[in-house]
Design a protein around this ligand. Structure first.
Ligand code: UDP
Ligand code: MN
Length: 254
């Protein structure tokens, strides 16, 4: 049985679909042997969905709040956690035994299939608080049991940052100290938009980057970053993102 391992991303809006498209194209460009899957919400337009179908192996529509799950329904009073629950939905994809979640604002620069040798929950440190992992890139094992426990944890404790990262860090609370093999090198989730960044290290190691993460409110597809390119050492990655986005589109037109 092939395809039991997959890269998973998420897009709940048409603009995040642009990001998801680049995630899929960049994974394919570097020859992944795993399935490439996107979760979308019902509000995503038919046009965006069709575009995703041409680059992803599977487009899965998720509507967390329509779930029959009793725990979920009791969470309806916490609308700010909506996006969080949508991401957490990836644990229900039990047709796969192991997955790597990639935010839609990531760009893959080389083959990263070796990530499937890691176990749940593997992730890279967050640049703003390295004792927390960043939830833009993580290795996990789909499991309805874990999914249920995550929702239960959210019901009891909420999320300390209002998003998926706070929930996942408090659920996988052993991550900072327990098992170094679950610490992905920073080059698997390279971000540069934190208030503090270590510029000499970027100069020294930036060319080893394997996955770039356009963390923060400025995304490659937002017009201002198209004009200015954001932080200088990320500029080249923003133009690479646009090249990836445009290449396939123009190839399809010819
Ligand atoms: N996301 C989405 N729609 C939204 C916000 C987020 O689909 O309106 C998904 C998308 O996959 C995105 C991820 O959730 O990459 C996390 O959000 P984002 O990357 O914007 O957060 P950041 O990495 O900047 O903290
Ligand atoms: Mn992100």
């Amino acid at each position: 049985m092939l395809g039991r391992e997959a890269f998973i991303t998420l897009a709940t809006t048409n603009s995040y679909c642009m990001g998801a498209t680049v995630v899929a194209r960049s994974l394919r460009r570097h020859g992944t042997t795993r399935s490439i899957v996107v979760m979308v919400t019902p509000n995503v337009s038919e046009q965006s969905r069709l575009a995703l179908q041409s680059v992803f192996d599977e487009v899965i529509t998720v509507d967390v709040m329509d779930s029959e799950d009793r725990v979920n329904l009791s969470l309806l009073g916490r609308p700010e956690l909506g996006i969080t629950f949508t991401k957490i939905h990836c644990w229900t994809l039990t047709q796969y035994s192991k997955c790597v979640f990639l935010d839609a604002d990531t760009l893959v620069l080389c083959n990263v299939d070796e990530l499937f040798h890691r176990d749940e929950l593997s992730a890279a440190p967050d640049p703003g608080w390295p004792d927390c992992f960043n939830s833009g890139v993580f290795v996990f094992r789909p499991s309805l049991h874990t999914h249920h426990r995550l929702l239960e944890h959210a019901r009891q404790h909420g999320s300390f940052d209002g998003g998926d990262q706070g929930l996942l860090n408090s659920f996988f609370s052993g991550w900072p100290v327990e098992d170094i093999s679950k610490h992905l090198p920073f080059i698997y989730n390279l971000s540069a938009s934190s208030p503090y960044s270590y510029l000499p290290a970027f100069q020294q190691f930036g060319h080893d980057a394997k996955i770039v993460h356009f963390l923060g409110s400025e995304k490659p597809w937002s017009s201002s970053s198209r004009r200015e390119g954001g932080h200088s050492h990320m500029e080249q990655f923003v133009s690479l993102w646009w090249r990836e986005y445009n290449t396939e589109a123009s190839a399809a037109e010819t």
